[in-house]
Design a protein around this ligand. Structure first.
Ligand code: DC
Length: 216
């Protein structure tokens, strides 16, 4: 990882990680990987095959045969697939099967911005900079509701908020790679910030980390 720059962006669902990560990647000339898509991809394949995402053996078999490059379906963004993804993400064998792809993606120069739940704690404990992006559950539910209501006009804000709370609970309480900030992560609460302000804060942290790296 000598020359590669790795920006780890972790945080709960709908906190604004994706928007920030895409902008950081373009600002610093890095690749971008939405690691949630990997878990969503495994979950989607299980649902397609009529398998239960809680079935550990089946989930591991699917994850080991999974080709992230071949993944191209709009259905990954649905609430159903997101929920199933948080179930498959609990299985240690699934996380292990997806580990190498994420490492290789980030470690290949020029490096990458990776967003997820365990990038700074497990995938890249040696990341150049670690950001933990969060927002109040009410604000995250409002944002996710705006996104999902286009696909499902019958959806209510209360349902989205309930689903988010349960997903937060599953992501934070699982034994393997739970969602939590790395001790050295820079925290950014996006509840009252617009995307420009979030990018401004994040890029200051990245610039500081890059100048520390140059001086070392
Ligand atoms: O970020 P997302 O909503 O697309 O993630 C879907 C689920 O995948 C999330 O509930 C937890 C899981 N996930 C994970 O466990 N580790 C990651 N690095 C990314 C996502």
């Amino acid at each position: 990882m000598d020359q590669a720059i790795v920006i780890a962006v972790d945080g709960p669902a709908a906190a604004g990680k994706g928007t920030l990560s895409r902008r950081l990647a373009s600002l610093y000339g890095l690749k971008y990987l939405d690691t949630g898509r990997l878990y969503r991809g495994v979950a989607w394949m299980m649902l397609e095959k009529g398998l239960n995402p809680r079935d550990e053996d089946a989930a591991c078999t699917i994850a080991r045969a999974f080709d992230p490059e071949a993944l191209d379906t709009a259905e990954l963004r649905t609430g159903e697939v997101g929920k199933a993804a948080s179930h498959v993400a609990v299985h240690p064998g699934v996380r292990q099967a997806l580990f190498e792809f994420q490492r290789a993606f980030g470690a290949t120069p020029p490096g990458a911005v990776l967003d997820g739940r365990d990038i700074g704690t497990v995938i890249f404990p040696d990341a150049t900079v670690k950001l933990f992006v969060t927002a109040s559950v009410e604000e995250r539910a409002r944002r996710r509701f705006e996104e999902l209501r286009l696909q499902d006009p019958n959806l209510t804000l209360a349902t989205v908020e309930g689903d988010l709370r349960r997903r937060d609970e599953r992501d934070q309480s699982r034994e393997e790679a739970p969602l939590k900030p790395a001790p050295e992560a820079e925290l950014i609460d996006t509840s009252k910030l617009n995307p420009e302000e979030v990018l401004g804060r994040a890029s200051r942290f990245v610039d500081q980390a890059l100048s520390r790296r140059e001086m070392a």
